[in-house]
Design a protein around this ligand. Structure first.
Ligand SMILES: Nc1ncnc2c1ncn2[C@@H]1O[C@H](COP(=O)(O)OP(=O)(O)O)[C@@H](O)[C@H]1O
Ligand SMILES: [Mg+2]
Length: 307
């Protein structure tokens, strides 16, 4: 189906869902629906929290997925849409599933020779002191959550054990990654191109849930302050990291820069936030794409065999 033909059809905007990021998803869904309508599409909302959501999807000619976190961003919904034979936005089942799992993500990057901080998988009988001796200060996180949930740093065996206890309440394995003390960047991807990088600055110890969604004091810098060759370097690294996971169409790559100047990849988001103050819309605007143009590009890339 072409983009023009789709204007005579109907787009289901999948929003809400059952993950911890439901509220953010409802906001993303609202923004996407408005932008698609403005771009000339007919839209209707579908919330996978409702029992009849699959039934209501059947009349859709395209599904725009505005769900975040497990169940929406991890390949499950994408698989259901494959079976229903409804074209959908964003990454494939494989890319979505790999990007949702930070352990598999990092293993693939290591295999592809891409820079990511050293890490170990934790378990209840881990040698806490031994790990601190090997990696130094670490950052502990659940492998399959988003929004900085269940994460914190640990510099001693006792802190590490406590951080594991907290992170293990969430989805997936728990990993301890070498702590990176430095600046944080994020790079939006649209098709074959990296959007201008954004630098994130917070007064909190890290870019935690509060800094992401509550605080007015978090600073987003775009242009990000890197010189042109450094920016080109992280753009290229982000595209390689995105493709290594079989991700496609659009997404966002998070990175940090160590105080020694080297960059490390953190993770890929296959369905980043799409509220008007979210990061991908901010970077797209910098290249002249407003929200209706951005969502139209996502639909066009998805229809064009983007995944
Ligand atoms: N290795 C690390 N060292 C220091 N801070 C980290 C490290 N990994 C993550 N962080 C901080 O935690 C935040 C969330 O981590 P991230 O891996 O992007 O998970 P998610 O965004 O899915 O919750 C990052 O934005 C960063 O501020
Ligand atoms: Mg992140």
């Amino acid at each position: 189906m072409t983009l023009d033909a789709l204007k005579n059809g109907r787009i289901a905007v999948l929003m809400g869902g059952n993950s911890a990021e439901r509220e953010i998803s409802l906001q993303s869904g609202e923004t996407v629906s408005r932008a698609l309508t403005e771009a000339g599409f007919n839209v209707f909302a579908v919330d996978p929290k409702n029992a009849d959501w699959m039934e209501s999807l059947r009349s859709a000619d395209f599904a725009y997925i505005a769900l975040h976190g497990p169940g929406g961003e991890d390949g499950c919904i994408q698989g259901a849409l494959e079976i229903l034979q409804i074209p959908y936005s964003g990454s494939s089942v494989l890319g979505s599933a790999l990007a949702m799992d930070k352990v598999r993500t990092k293993q693939l990057w290591q295999g592809a020779g891409l820079p990511t901080a050293g890490f170990e998988i934790l378990s209840a009988d881990s040698d806490w002191q031994g790990l601190i001796d090997r990696l130094g200060k670490v950052f502990v996180k659940p492998a399959c959550e988003g929004s900085s949930i269940g994460m914190r740093s640990a510099a001693t065996a006792a802190e590490l054990k406590e951080a594991f206890g907290e992170a293990s309440q969430y989805a997936g394995e728990v990993l301890a990654e070498q702590f990176i003390d430095g600046a944080e960047y994020t790079v939006g991807i649209l098709g074959d191109e990296a959007l201008p990088a954004i630098r994130l600055e917070t007064d909190n110890e890290f870019y935690d849930y509060e800094a992401k969604y509550v605080s007015d004091d978090t600073r987003y810098l775009c242009p990000c302050g890197l010189d042109a060759s450094e920016e080109a370097y992280i753009a290229e690294m982000s595209l390689k990291a995105f493709r290594a996971l079989d991700c496609s169409v659009w997404g966002r790559v998070d990175l940090m820069r160590h105080s020694d100047g080297s960059f490390y990849l953190l993770e890929v988001n296959t369905i980043p936030g799409m509220t008007s103050h979210s990061l991908v819309p901010m970077a797209a605007r910098e290249t002249g794409l407003d929200l209706p143009a951005l969502v139209s590009r996502v639909v066009a890339l998805s229809l064009g065999g983007g995944h």
